[in-house]
Write a protein that binds this ligand. Structure first.
Ligand code: SAH
Length: 375
């Protein structure tokens, strides 16, 4: 894909193999299953049964798939439901309502996902790449460079695991339902467009062919790869778009979000506005509050100007994220009074604004802290 940005050097202890993750049922659109069944020498309805186990029943143990002939269970499971994610470590915070899982992929690459339960919903933050090539200097993931794109199956399997954890009551509060997905874990989802859109399709397709989730409860967060934002608007899947702006002026944004040297603030905001107009979905603007870097009152005013350029502001919502500090970083969290003033200024201009609550920072599970190390 020609959106691949400059990448930092790869972390050398990480694998660099070119082998692809094993193909999984979740990689296939329903219409692609027939051919897969033929290759396995099985009638197509067998894959329908497997899909029912995986997407509708969240089942992974072949022995529990009692509607399949015992003789073919293991073979089918191996062929269609290979292990994609192996848990290395699970950590809990916020009285058990936040749960971070470190996963090992087939080639030893490491990624993380974070499940967060709130009073009215449960949200899973998923990774779309092992590492990230965007090199934002305030983000832990950005410091290690990109290792590789994840496959559709690897992305979906995080969601299936999260749904299972909710169903089985592994998160404080008793059994529940996974309702929301945010692509705010490791990676830049729009730099792995094809796999991400495939994963979104599996999530929104009704059971048993998919997970039957609501598109509006799925948020795709991006640094602002303009061509991909435009493409996403044409898919006919009204997911929520979040744009990581972090600065209203190119001079600062060039340093905080390096891809800004390619796609400028105005271009990114235009694409976001267009997305809102096409999909009728309000766009979120993410803005990590960094002390004395981007949190000045005048920058709040400038942000309002940039977002209201078209004389309309009902299309946008600003989400301020108190910076989660990462080791060896020059960036620190804004003072409370500066955040409050920032909010006041945006609200005075009629822009709906919230300060995101910080979940899981003590287990390095908060925004920007996912570094997927084993120590
Ligand atoms: N690549 C996507 C997803 C990244 S994570 C994107 O950039 O949008 C989701 C959000 O967390 C992004 O807005 C990202 O900029 C933000 N983030 C990264 N590091 C952070 C940190 N240290 N503190 C707070 N937010 C951070």
């Amino acid at each position: 894909m020609n959106d691949t940005p400059r990448t930092l050097p790869l972390v050398l202890e990480q694998p660099r193999g070119r082998a692809k993750p094993p193909r999984h049922l979740a990689d296939l659109a329903p219409e692609e299953r027939k051919e897969a069944a033929e290759k396995l020498g099985l009638p197509a309805f067998r894959l329908k049964q497997v899909a029912n186990h995986y997407f509708a029943r969240l089942e992974r143990d072949p022995e529990a798939m009692s509607d399949l002939p015992a003789a073919i269970r293991a073979e089918l499971a191996e062929g269609m439901l290979p292990t994609l994610l192996t848990p290395v470590r699970v950590m809990e915070a916020d009285k058990g309502t936040t749960r971070k899982t470190l996963w090992r992929l087939f080639d030893n690459a490491l990624v993380e996902s974070v499940l967060m339960r709130y009073s009215d919903r449960a949200t899973l933050c998923v990774s779309s790449q092992a590492g990230c090539g965007m090199a934002c200097p305030f983000c832990a993931t950005g410091q290690g460079g990109l290792q590789r794109n994840m496959s559709t199956g690897e992305i979906v399997d995080q969601v299936v695991d999260g749904a299972r954890a909710m169903r089985d009551g592994l998160v404080a509060g008793g059994p529940g339902r996974l309702s929301n997905i945010v692509f705010m874990g490791m990676g830049e989802p729009m730099a792995n467009y094809k796999a991400v859109i495939g994963a979104v399709r599996r999530m929104v397709t009704p059971a048993p062919d998919g997970l039957g989730m609501s598109a509006r409860n799925i948020t795709v967060s991006t640094v602002g790869l303009v061509p991909r934002i435009k493409q996403l608007a044409t898919e006919g899947i009204p997911v929520t778009l979040a744009v990581s702006l972090h600065a209203p002026d190119d001079e600062l944004r060039d340093t905080l979000v390096p891809i800004n040297t390619r796609y400028k603030v105005d271009e990114v905001v235009d694409a976001a506005w267009e997305y809102a107009r096409t999909t009728k979905r309000r766009v979120s603007i993410e803005y990590a509050m960094m002390r004395d870097i981007n949190d000045q009152a005048w920058r709040a005013d400038l942000l309002a100007d940039v977002l209201q350029k078209r004389g309309d502001w009902s299309w946008v919502h600003v989400n301020l994220i108190p910076l989660n500090e990462i080791p060896d970083s020059q960036f620190t969290r804004s003072r409370d009074e500066d955040m409050d003033e920032f909010v006041r200024r945006l609200e005075r201009r009629g822009i709906s604004t919230t300060i995101r609550d910080t979940r899981g920072d003590e287990i390095d599970a908060a925004c920007g802290q996912l570094a997927a190390s084993e120590v």
